[in-house]
Design a protein around this ligand. Structure first.
Ligand SMILES: [Zn+2]
Length: 72
């Protein structure tokens, strides 16, 4: 994936919608997509993640995710 064009789209979803990744109930879902149109297609297919899963996915992409308990 080209990190320069990496974009995250946030969708407000119905309160209590379960994330397909972790089954966590959330009202905001996120998806990595190149365009709003593509993001909406992912949403329609349920290929969206909660914030925690998105952070985990970004970590897999090579991003360092810092947690509040981490030492500086
Ligand atoms: Zn999740």
């Amino acid at each position: 994936m080209d990190k320069k064009s990496l974009q995250i789209y946030e969708f407000a979803v119905e309160e209590g919608t379960k994330c397909g990744g972790c089954n966590w109930e959330t009202s905001r879902m996120y998806v990595l997509a190149d365009s709003k149109e593509e993001a909406e297609k992912c949403l329609a297919r349920g290929e969206v993640l909660c914030g925690a899963c998105m952070a985990e996915m970004l970590a897999e992409e090579g991003y360092r995710v810092y947690h509040p308990s981490d030492q500086e």
